[in-house]
Design a protein around this ligand. Structure first.
Ligand code: ZN
Length: 368
């Protein structure tokens, strides 16, 4: 079963009142539409991602992502994208409005699970407001319990949606409308309150952001005949760091900092040194389950401040490379990482080049 993710980012967003359409505005450290793209990638549910945009998008290096031009109306952009992939043999397609950047990867996974037995799965939320509706200038009561507010991402069997969509030539606000109008079955699942649509500038401030901080410290002894790994990269040196793993003090301290900020105990609890399976494990592999947890729970790295404590190797010589390596491993910008070198006046084990230590403070943002 192969899935394609279509991101509709061609809207003009008149109510947003800006020259830059809202889906390209900066929102929580990146262009708004990129939040959806990054989540689609991280979910690993999609073979291909199609971004429909009327503005050229540069700097997309991922080969699974294609940018195509949209239409004037939302339904036309959606049709163009479905046409674009019609011969690509996708079983399913997810359609999402770029103006909803705050859905969770968990929601994507629930949609996907429900798609196994259904041809259309659509998330919805309810309302707490008392509800009325107007018909022929008369206002009547409506039972709020019966109201469903549909969101995106919505997902469909590709053929079923393609066949309905190609016949449509009227404005619709979502693909669920097509299924309902044609009396086709939809499986409705619970959506997310946070997955609101960003329509006006004040919506950008709507989400509640909390900051969390974590501290990490690590020290390993230096021994001969071992490769020195720092920040996930090999550093030429007379010795390497002794340990159950590759002894990468920088990554270990970062892991403890991240766990600290998420209030999830410590590295030793997750990777007990008496467990054989973790013997000689490379530290980037220890980092990946932590980053996955962060994604799933809505944490983002704000910044990292690192003190590498050693007489040699000279940090200034490797700073750029280590920061680059960490930026790739952590999927954050280089300017969110600071690496400082600290010597110890030749004192103690570290001073005699028999050990290297590292301390880290991380700051995480959490969206709730
Ligand atoms: Zn360690």
């Amino acid at each position: 079963m192969t899935n394609c993710f279509i991101l509709l980012a061609a809207g003009k967003g008149k109510r947003f009142k800006s020259n830059n359409p809202k889906q390209f505005t900066n929102y929580i450290n990146k262009p708004l539409f990129m939040h959806s793209v990054d989540k689609a990638i991280k979910s690993r549910l999609f073979k291909s991602i199609i971004i429909v945009s009327n503005i050229p998008i540069k700097n997309i290096r991922d080969k699974s992502i294609k940018v195509i031009k949209g239409g004037r109306e939302r339904y036309q952009s959606s049709q163009k994208a479905l046409n674009f992939i019609k011969n690509k043999k996708f079983s399913n397609v997810f359609i999402h409005d770029a103006a909803r950047p705050n859905f969770s990867i968990k929601l994507l996974k629930r949609l996907n699970t429900n798609l196994k037995k259904n041809k259309a799965v659509v998330p919805y939320v309810t309302t707490d407001n008392s509800t009325k509706y107007k018909i022929e200038n008369k206002i009547k009561n409506l039972k709020r319990e019966n109201l469903l507010f549909t969101q995106t991402p919505q997902c469909f069997n590709f053929k079923a949606l393609f066949n309905l969509s190609k016949l449509n030539n009227t404005k619709i606000s979502d693909e669920a409308t097509l299924f309902l109008d044609n009396k086709k079955k939809i499986k409705f699942i619970k959506g997310e309150e946070n997955n609101f649509k960003i329509t006006t500038k004040s919506d950008l401030e709507k989400i509640n952001i909390q900051n969390f901080y974590g501290i990490g410290f690590d020290i390993h002894r230096l021994i001969k005949n071992k490769i020195l790994y720092l920040g996930g990269m090999k550093v030429p040196f007379h010795s390497g760091l002794k340990g159950h793993s590759d002894g990468d003090v920088i990554i270990h301290a970062i892991i403890d900092g991240l766990l600290g900020a998420m209030r999830k105990k410590d590295i030793g609890t997750l990777f007990p040194s008496n467990k054989k399976i973790f013997k000689n494990i490379r530290s980037p592999n220890m980092l990946s389950p932590i980053l996955k947890k962060m994604d799933e729970e809505g944490y983002f790295i704000n910044n990292l401040d690192i003190n590498l404590i050693c007489e040699r190797p000279k940090v200034s010589k490797y700073r750029k490379k280590i920061v680059n390596s960490l930026s790739n491993l952590l999927n954050v910008n280089k300017d969110q990482i600071n690496l400082k070198g600290k010597t110890v006046e030749k004192l103690g084990l570290i001073g005699k080049e028999e050990a290297i230590a590292c301390e880290v403070i991380v700051s995480l943002k959490h969206y709730v």
